[in-house]
Design a protein around this ligand. Structure first.
Ligand SMILES: [Zn+2]
Ligand SMILES: [Zn+2]
Ligand SMILES: [Zn+2]
Length: 279
């Protein structure tokens, strides 16, 4: 147990890849989301911890940061889950130098799988130093201590066009606080489940891409119910620990009010864009 700390987590976005309502879609869910607005308007998934630790870099990162009234000049860690374009707008890192940023930036530790790091390195080549990027390859179930955080990547169950890529989810600790960011993934295999048993979580943020649908590489309502029961049986959450869901697709996921009705009885909280939580 480390010293008493808090983690403030802001959900920058809570949709699946296409957005909700989706960019080119006029389906009933998208139409009603546009009509009702508010918490039904979701952009691509990402969270910001304590204004210094960002998980994933969605294409609309600039607008989300502007709307929050902050800059990303203080971020020291960027953890990338995988290379799907809704999580990996890495070219935005180009603006970390003069004249795009006029202040002196500290190094940003960019962590990701070897595939993620290779793509960023190939794109920026010798510019990574000028951009103050410290690129760190990370591997599942290893421990990384960066600034005030202890980070354990875990293996997600998710596929991309890169055969060698292992998609990652992250266990993140600060002092006595522990969270899991589980996005994107299908139901975990035993390697990850067994690894998670060594922690007690203050918050679990998990994906719910499919809702009424079913597929191996994303979570459905049924999958989440099974996972929630596994968490209970194995006592994985702290007493006051909470589970949040994010990364909703327009295709099979209903509107926010309906999500609340479905998830609340299961003790799960559907996130929405700009929801802020403190653990
Ligand atoms: Zn995604
Ligand atoms: Zn739609
Ligand atoms: Zn994905």
């Amino acid at each position: 147990m480390g010293k008493r700390e808090t983690m403030k987590i802001k959900f920058l976005g809570t949709s699946a890849s296409e957005g909700y309502p989706a960019l080119f879609c006029e389906c009933e869910n998208c139409r009603r989301a546009r009509e009702l607005g508010g918490r039904n308007i979701r952009t691509r998934s990402s969270v910001l911890i304590d204004d210094e630790f960002l998980i994933d870099l969605p294409p609309e990162i600039l607008l989300k940061i502007q709307l929050l009234g902050i800059s990303l000049s203080k971020i020291r860690i960027l953890a990338i889950t995988h290379t799907h374009i809704d999580h990996f707008a890495y070219t935005e890192l180009s603006y970390r130098k003069k004249p795009f940023s006029l202040n002196e930036l500290d190094y940003l530790n960019v962590i990701g799988s070897p595939t993620v790091i290779r793509i960023i390195r190939d794109f920026f080549k010798e510019k990574t130093n000028e951009l103050k990027l410290n690129l760190v390859e990370v591997y599942p179930f290893e421990k990384y201590e960066i600034n005030n955080y202890v980070i354990f990547p875990v293996k997600a169950v998710h596929i991309t066009k890169f055969e060698d890529e292992i998609a990652l989810n992250y266990v993140i600790q600060k002092g006595d606080k522990t969270i899991l960011y589980g996005c994107d993934t299908g139901p975990y295999f035993d390697d990850t489940l067994n690894f998670l048993k060594r922690f007690k979580f203050d918050a679990i943020i998990f994906e719910s891409t499919l809702c009424y649908g079913e597929w191996d590489y994303h979570m459905s309502f049924n999958d989440l119910e099974v996972f929630r029961k596994w968490l209970e049986t194995n006592n994985i959450l702290k007493n006051n620990g909470k589970m949040y869901v994010t990364h909703f697709s327009h295709y099979m996921c209903p509107l926010h009010e309906e999500l609340i009705k479905i998830f609340e009885p299961k003790g799960i909280i559907p996130a929405y864009d700009f929801l802020e939580i403190e653990v």
